[in-house]
Design a protein around this ligand. Structure first.
Ligand code: UDP
Length: 329
């Protein structure tokens, strides 16, 4: 069984490929290397550099392998940037998924795992967020993922392409080997930025707003370890291949931490003083995002292994210390 991982050289994609290997499944990777790193993918995994919007490229890759399913990560994923560059987000995320689906249809590949986001919900109507809750994204990023979710619904009806939509909360941490981890250029995510301050590569962590309606005024997020997330994809894939039923699942830990609490935990893990600076709110950020992942636990038998925030930060710290300048490509 060959699984095609689009965006497989990215942060989550590269952990996904490792997880597939650890579960005895064969992967091939397609990635345009706009955000990913070639060296984050094992040399033994077939790698094709190209863009999911490039139909000819996809056709060429799909004609070389008997692909049974696709796990689609290739996308832009920054909430803040998307507010200022909505066309970029619709272009890459919507046109990319559209092209991929059309080529899947052509090659009669009927199973897709789609990387979606908690940003599809926008400001939650209640906490924890359930999959059935209303979706009113507050950013073009969230909206672009929601458009694709709707396309998937209709592609199931029209073409019989079955999909599992996985709505991620805040993904962090690194593979226990310390060989791969999070390395974005530029980095915008909270945990790696805090750790850069601990490594003295930045003077202070900026706190985007301390006037939210939360106990300490900073935004609350639900952090999930990247390997727990990847394992949920494997379970979703195996379930999809068995049941041929489309579904949507939240993936989070069900526990919320404020920006200030994450900083405090990082101080404990790293034993470093971490300076902070409160600045204005970042556009598009909801105040609280907290998942109910009960459905994934119940239906997929998902059993997260690294759910303590300390453990998540510890693994990210191990990667940052061994790769202070990130990947070298
Ligand atoms: N955040 C922050 N300072 C930073 C980066 C992020 O205060 O330098 C906050 C951000 O406003 C959000 C939370 O940390 O409330 C998580 O942001 P991140 O970019 O890591 O993930 P997102 O929630 O956008 O997916």
């Amino acid at each position: 069984m060959v699984i095609c991982v689009s965006g497989g050289a990215g942060y989550i994609g590269s952990h996904m490929v490792k997880c597939l290997q650890e579960n005895g499944l064969d992967a091939i990777v397609i990635d345009n290397l706009s955000n990913g790193h070639r060296s984050s993918v094992d040399e033994t995994v077939p790698f094709y550099q190209g863009d999911v919007r490039d139909r000819i490229f996809l056709e060429s890759v799909f004609s070389q392998h008997a692909i049974q399913a696709v796990i689609h990560f290739a996308a832009d994923s920054l909430v803040g940037e998307s507010v200022f560059e909505p066309i970029k987000y619709y272009q890459n995320n919507v046109v990319g998924a559209l092209t991929l689906l059309d080529v899947m249809r052509q090659f009669e590949i009927k199973s897709l795992i789609f990387s979606s986001t908690a940003a599809t919900y926008g400001e939650p109507v209640s906490i924890p967020i359930l999959e059935s809750d209303p979706t009113f994204p507050t950013s073009p990023y969230g909206e672009s993922k929601l458009v694709v979710e709707k396309l998937l619904k209709w592609s199931d009806v029209a073409y019989g392409i079955k999909s599992v939509i996985l709505r991620y909360f805040n993904v962090a941490g690194a593979h226990p080997s310390g060989l791969i981890g999070e390395d974005h250029q530029p980095e915008t995510h909270l945990i790696p930025l805090i750790l850069k301050v601990a490594l003295k590569k930045a003077p202070a962590i900026k706190i985007y707003g301390d006037d939210y309606a939360t106990p300490d005024g900073t935004c609350i997020r639900d952090y999930i370890h990247v390997m727990d997330l990847a394992q949920a994809h494997v379970l979703a894939l195996l379930n999809l291949l068995k049941t041929h039923q489309s579904a949507t699942y939240n993936l989070g830990n069900g526990e919320g931490f404020s920006v200030k609490e994450v900083i405090e935990t990082a101080r404990k893990v790293t034993q470093c003083p971490i300076e902070t600076q409160v600045v204005a709110r970042r556009s598009g950020d909801p105040s609280i995002l907290l998942a109910s992942s009960d459905k994934a636990i119940r239906e997929l038998g998902w059993n997260p292994q690294y759910n303590r925030l300390e453990t998540i930060i510890q693994s990210a710290w191990a990667f940052q210390q061994s790769h202070p300048d990130g990947f070298l490509d």
